[in-house]
Design a protein around this ligand. Sequence first.
Ligand code: PLP
Length: 439
Amino acid sequence: MAADLYTSLSNEFIVPTNKDIGATARKDGENPCTYLCGNSLGLLSKTSSTLVQEELHAWGTRAVTGHFSHPQNRPWTKCCEPLYPLLGELAGANEIEVACMGTLTNNLHLMMDSFYKPTVTRYKILCEAKAFPSDQYAFTSQALARGLDPATAIIEISPREGEFTLREEDILETIDKEGDSIALVIFSGIQYYTGQWFPIESITKKAHEKGCICGWDLAHAVGNVPLSLHAWNVDFAVWCTYKYVNSGPGGIAGLFIHEKWHETEKPKFAGWWGHELATRFDMPPTFSPIKGAQGFQQSNPSAITVASLLGSLRVFKAAGMMKSVRERSLLLTAALEKMLKASKYFVSPSPQREKETKPGFTIITPSEPSQRGAQLSLLFFPLGSETMRTVFAYLSANGVIGDEREPDVIRLAPAPLYNTLKDCEHAAEILEKALESVA
Ligand SMILES: *Cc1c(COP(=O)(O)O)cnc(C)c1O
């Protein structure tokens, strides 16, 4: 197994070269860079590239008739159909519970429109503090749209003093204490900044015990960790597909609505693509939705982004889906963590670090593997200094691609489909030199 980690799980991926990615300090410009940024934008697979080319060809040769007759038998009226079994498998859901549509923030609003139903006594939204900004804007604007004051309608849970991540017991206790006034509990599956994987099943269970709806933003979780949304009894979930799922920038997004809601929760903002396929093109004046999540579709999807996503999902399938992906991910991330902790600049996380004056870093992602996915978030000291930015520039110039999150964090994520142990070793080595250059 150890030897395998030096070979990619899938040879499908096109890794940018050092030269193309702007690694100016590298002499080997034609060599692939060390790409550890699949948490932000996954790489292009050859299958996605081929399928997108096929779609362009279909457009060029079939034009409007491509809606019904397609050279690869993926007529655009039904182009999402091959996705459902694969998306279902990835999300741990039945096909009827998933849809492939729109973008993440759009879908978040759509789901909140349906599932956030404030009453006089039960009107609050419970979420993690410092959620991804788009989610914060969505929560705030949803509260405002219902005539509520976000200052009282939104409860944010923060880590304890001196800690970086949330404790499960604190989340559950808050739901217990405040649940009667909470309409919607909504967290990210994996926190984008800290990399913490929240216990989705136990939070959902506790929310239900208190009569709350529980929804999830799985942007950083899908394609990263195994999910069982149906079995976990999640009410709804939304995600994008361009991070670990590798569908390409702005790729078409996904959503999940648990089967238990399919009878009662009908689409509130209907569009023709949510109408039953059998009669859609008869152009009937009355909306008759597809049963399940796909009834929430509004517009005809971009066939090009759908093809790209289909390619990515086929790559997951060929690699053995989340079972193999997670198995490898656990090994790669643990290996990277071990190398980073061996650095002479590594310091263990503690409240005293606030006052740290020497250049160095700690890891704020939980060290417990069941509480994280692929990503490790490195926090640089002294806080608020130039250390993080200097290190980040050094890494980039040397072809190690992570991403920076202000104020002091760099995220590195070995994506199990294409990263190798060599990528981790190289990143750790360059990071050490980067810190030497600061110190
Ligand atoms: C990446 C990400 C987004 C991005 O939203 P888009 O609508 O796809 O632009 C939103 N929320 C979270 C938690 C994310 O990680």
